[in-house]
Every structure is written in structure tokens, then in C-alpha cells.
Design a protein. Sequence first.
Length: 405
Amino acid sequence: MRLRRWISRTILAVVGILAVLELVVILNLNRICSAQYARIQELMRPHQVKIAADTLYRLRREALTRAALYDELIRKDMLVDGMVIHRGVNGEAEGLCDSLLFSALRFYSLKSLGFEAASNAAWNGMLGSRSGAQWQRHPKCKKSLSRDMLMGVLVALSADPEGGTTVFRSMLAEIDRQSGFVGDGPFYVSWLSPGVAGLVRMEAERRGVPFREWPWILKQSFSSIEYDAIFMREGYESHLAAIGLWLEIKHMQNGPWFNPRSLLGVVGRIFDGNGTFNTTFDERRRQWIASRLSSLSSSNLFFKYLEQDADGVRDKSSETRLLSELLSMSQFPVNRLPRDCDRDADYLWQRRDSESVPVSKSCGRTWSGVDFLWMAAVLGAGNGLSAPADDSIDNVSSSTINLSH
């Protein structure tokens, strides 16, 4: 009995001593690690700028490489008549009636990323969708053109494609001929609303189109994004507002000064003693619209980018963070185009946050991946880098490209 007690007490004592020793070792290692980390940070301090630049370069290169792969796969299987589509479960073409918008975003992205040959082909595909001077959603889509499709055209025109001014002026003439309509659809679909007309007016100003050539509806236009932001819902409505805000910011940044003809602009003139426009009002207006977008869709990377841009805090550090987030998103596979087993949404930035999750475990539909191209472009993945040759993906071994799930 006594022997058992002695053995138990001895074991407990040994275990206690070992526990104390282990604790001492852990505390000592933690102290050493902290000191080492501080020392490493001190040694790295003179090189932080170079490290940050190298990180950004690596992220840009990775985004550009994935964009090259995506567009090679798009050109192989996701175009009909040169226009972007999706593929159904059985490989059938889907999304024909949204093709003009996605094709325009693809063209802008390719142009910005430096894929000249592919972007020229994409622009020619867009031109091939027209019937005379009238834009169409897609040659095989029978639905009338809507004003949101025309916003896609404005995005494409902002990249200054070859012959862009001629195309734009013919578009203005067509709008004038149709008395302010962009297609033969009903008023709520095809009529050029004052807000969208304001975006068209911006392009007319940028291209120096004489005032006498403007359709009457452009002359009466005004910004409506701030009013839309009050009532808009998450999804395609907020995405259209975001595209409008992006067009406005881009126009403002590329010109000496921009007056959006908004109600806040009028307020700025009233309260400015010199009778000139107070830009602070308009800056706050854009910031409010961008924050409203982010509050609707907190996971929307495009909206995050817009908020930083409107707040004037976008720099290389923010670009690094957003590019890192983009490249780590499971919705954009590394070696194939996105599918419905990756996310429910065909185009993430115009859908609800809840649609960014997979719709099923088995892969069915294939999405075009234009949403990745767009974000890579607006985040500056092509800045300071030469794009891979347009045929570079053809030279990659097929064993490295897994087109299945």
C-alpha cells in the first residue's frame, strides 16, 4: 500500500517537474522568437519598399498570366460570332442576350491588359453584332437593345478602339433618329434615361463632338446615380450604378475638370460665393454612392475597388490587397474557367453576395470568366508589364490545363 502511494507521488512529482520545465521552455522559446522576429523586421526595414514592389509585381504577373489562360479558353469555346457566351450543361450556348455587355467588358479588359490582337478581334466581334448603326445584344438574340447594354458600349469606347469616334457619332445619330430610344423595346427598356444619357454626353464631350450633333436627350441629361443609390437593390441594379460611377470617375480623372450636372453640383454653386463649382460636394457625392454600393454587397470586389477610388485612398498597397483577394478567390480556378460548382453567379459583380457560392457539387454550366478579366484590368494587372503572347497558352502542355472539375 505504502509502495503504491510512493510510486503515485513520485509519478506526480516527475510530471509536475516536467510540466514546469516545459512551461519554462515554451516561455523562453516565445521570448527568443519575439526577439528574432523583431530583429528580422529591423533587418528588413531598409528593404520594405523593394519587397512591396516585388510583391505587387508578382501579383500583377500572376493575374496577367491567369487572364491570358482565361481568354485563351474563352476564344476556344466561349464565343459565338465573336461575342461572349456561357455554356450549359450539355455545352449549349447560353447568355446570348447579355452578350453585348460582357463582350464590351472583355474588350476593355483585354485592351487594358495589353492583349492587342485579342482585343482587336473582340472589338470587331462587337462591331459585327450591329445592324447598320444599331447595336444588338447579339446577332442571334431577338430581344431589343436596353440602355444597360449601351453602358457596356460606353465602357468599350472609353478604351479608344480603332474607329471609335466614327462608331460613336453613328450611335448618336441613331439615338436621334429614334427620338431618344436605343432600341425598339418599350419605354422602360430602351428609352435613354437622363442618367444614361448623361454618361453618353460625357463621351460626346470627351470626343469633342459638336453640340449641334447631340440628340436633344443628351442636352437635357443629368446624373441620376445618387437617386438610384437610394432605392437600388443588390444585384444587377447596383452593378449598373457601379458601372456608371466607374465611367464618371474615369472621365473625371482623364480630363481637367468634370461637371456631372447633378443636384449636388447646383448646391455647390449656390453656396460658393464666387459662383463656381465646389468640387468638394461632388467628391462627397461619389463617396456616398460608392459606400452605398459596398453596404449592399460587402463581398463585391468591384465595389470595394470603387469605394477606395472614390475616397482617394487607392494606391499600391490597396492594389496589392485587392489583387491578393482576387487571386485567392475560389470562384476563379487557377487552371480552368469558372463553373457552377465554383459559384452560382455567371458574373460575380452583378449578382447578390449569396450567389457567389456553388449551386451544386457536380459541375454543369461553364461561365465565361469575364469578371476575372475585368477586375484584373481595373486593378492594374497590366501596368508596367508586357502581356504574354496571344498564342502563349497554346504552347502550354495540355497536362497542365485541367478543363474538368
